[in-house]
Design a binder for this molecule. Structure first.
Ligand code: G4P
Length: 523
């Protein structure tokens, strides 16, 4: 069993929108033989990936809202790729997805360099020292100087770069890459992006064949490499595994070039499933007993099913169809006969899965983000955060008789983690909080589509929300009676303070030093 688990490489792609995440995902699936020809999986514009009505909206906006999981075998390993939403309004989903991976692939648009979203996502990876592989994309265009690109990564992202491949030319003059560790030159040819290409390569930087094929560029390459190798870091596995150094590959995802070298390096070096911290103890991936945690809940992936799927990262042991697991928060055994796995939107029933794998459980309202499942042990995995929303709207129904359906819809949608619903103590209003403004559109659309509720959102003067914690019950009661006007319950019945202004929040914190106003809530 632990051998099976050792084969797993579970990762996600971090990048700024438009850097090429979708394109490289498609090429990885092509290389993993999961699709016959690139251009069939996720064409944003062709909309082949839009399998639900709600994704219709995603298609119209040209953004990827969903997180799906793709599994494919490669070079004797089993690769699990967790897709993440690119749009920043869905960043919470992405943060939590990063708690379920063991490594990450950073894709950079080489004509732009390090962009905002990448910086933020790297910060999240830093929290767990996640090992990072870097792919410098779009070499078929005019890009920034490769040396400057690496400097930028080192400086802005504070991680050492070890070039593994080095580009020969760029844009129209892009000839291929030199593999520093293999001492091989791989040549690029255009128009081959949709297929697995036959390798066109020669051995040795000093090979006269190189001069024959690329002329004067050969000597330029040799000179440049001397400089680069002198000034850059050598690849060191240990530093990579600690998240201190990133191996860097150059290529073009669109041209499906340089991706193979990256994937080979990736499956070779990326860590097998890592242990995870729980409140009670650290759980190793090679333990026999089953355990896992939920990092995402998603509704309606397939209009034929109309249910919600809870995504679980298996931390240890093995999932088998029909097995019993303990739902720790509810302290209840459940039997799971129909977990699912995902391939680029399709789902298939699953017989077995191992530590490192992601499985989907059908959820009828009993599973929440952060829930732990075990073979019986009472433990709870930690580190899966909920962030305080920064945007608020009052929800107003068009048909007041639908209040019950509205509340149910809002609570179920907030279980997915992207939005949060608040019920103020002093009124019958419902307040919706989100991290990004696009979330409100998604909620309105889905309420209509899935719950047949029409509602509109109105501005409301709330600055921020804080979860309230206090060990001293008497103090808490006092606080509740004084702060009543701004208190509410969230979807999970947790006490929250909705601060009308920043000043108000500061004042309250000063006045109530024994009350904790928490910015994040751990599930
Ligand atoms: P994302 O998921 O990170 O947002 O990026 P995506 O893969 O959708 O790529 C964004 C745009 O960049 C796409 O063009 C894509 O074709 C292009 N692209 C990706 N990799 C490369 C590359 O290596 N070279 C070049 N030249 N372009 C690349 P688009 O015009 O926005 O969309 P589409 O019409 O191609 O779908």
């Amino acid at each position: 069993m632990s051998t099976e688990s050792n084969l797993r490489r579970t990762f996600a792609i971090i990048s700024h929108p438009d850097a090429g995440k979708t394109t490289i995902t498609e090429k990885l699936l092509l290389l993993g033989q999961k699709i016959q020809e690139a251009g069939t999986v996720k064409g944003k514009k062709s909309g082949k990936h839009a399998t639900s009505d709600w994704m219709e909206m995603e298609k119209q906006r040209g953004i990827s809202v969903t997180t799906s999981v793709m599994q494919f075998p490669y070079n004797g390993r089993i690769v699990n790729l967790l897709d993440t939403p690119g749009h920043e309004d869905f960043s919470e989903d992405t943060y939590r997805t990063l708690t379920a991976v063991d490594s990450a692939l950073m894709v950079i648009d080489s004509s732009k360099g390090v962009e905002d979203r990448t910086i933020k996502l790297m910060e999240v990876c830093r929290l767990r020292d996640t090992p990072i592989v870097t792919f410098m994309n779009k070499l078929d265009r005019d890009i920034k100087d490769p040396i400057e690109l690496m400097d930028e990564v080192e400086e802005v992202l504070n991680i050492q770069c070890a070039p593994i491949t080095w580009p020969i030319g760029m844009g129209k003059q892009f000839k291929g890459v030199y593999h520093i560790l293999e001492d091989k030159i791989y040549f690029y040819s255009t128009g081959q992006g949709h297929i697995i290409q036959k390798e066109d390569c020669i051995e040795g930087l000093d090979n006269p064949e190189l001069d024959k094929r690329i002329g004067a560029m050969a000597q330029d390459l040799r000179d440049e490499l001397e400089l680069v190798l002198g000034a850059s870091h050598e690849f060191e596995l240990e530093a990579f595994l600690k998240g201190q150094l990133t191996p860097v590959f150059f290529g073009t995802a669109l041209g499906n070039f340089g991706v193979t070298q990256m994937l080979n390096g990736f499956v070779n070096w990326a860590p097998a499933p890592l242990s995870r911290q729980s409140n009670e103890r650290e759980v190793e991936s090679n333990e026999d007993q089953f355990s896992g945690f939920i990092f995402k809940i998603q509704a309606n992936m397939d209009p034929a099913h109309r249910d919600r799927i809870a995504f679980m990262r298996i931390v240890s042991g093995k999932y088998e169809k029909g097995m019993k697991m303990k739902h720790v928060r509810l302290n209840r055994d459940i039997q799971v006969s129909n977990a699912v796995t995902f391939l680029a939107g399709d789902r298939a029933n699953l017989e077995t899965a191992y530590a490192g794998d992601i499985i989907g459980l059908h959820n009828h309202g009993t599973i929440q983000i952060g829930d732990t499942f075990t073979a019986g042990e009472m433990l709870k995995f930690s580190g899966i955060p909920n962030f305080a929303p920064e945007l608020f709207r009052r929800v107003r129904l068009k048909d007041p008789l639908k209040n019950k359906a509205l509340l149910k819809g809002l609570i179920q949608l907030s279980e997915e983690g992207a939005t949060q619903v608040f019920r103020p103590f002093h009124s019958n209003e419902l307040i919706l909080g989100a991290v990004g403004v696009l979330q409100f559109d998604v909620v309105a659309h889905r309420l209509q589509d899935e719950y047949k509720v029409n509602c509109i959102f109105e501005p409301v003067s709330i600055h921020t929300a804080r979860w309230i914690m206090c060990d001293d019950e008497k103090m808490l009661e006092q606080f509740k009676s004084k702060a009543d006007d701004n208190l509410s319950l969230d979807g999970g019945d947790n006490l929250t303070y909705l601060a009308p202004t920043r000043v108000n929040l500061n004042l309250m914190q000063e006045r109530w030093p024994d009350i904790q106003f928490c910015e994040t809530r751990e599930h």
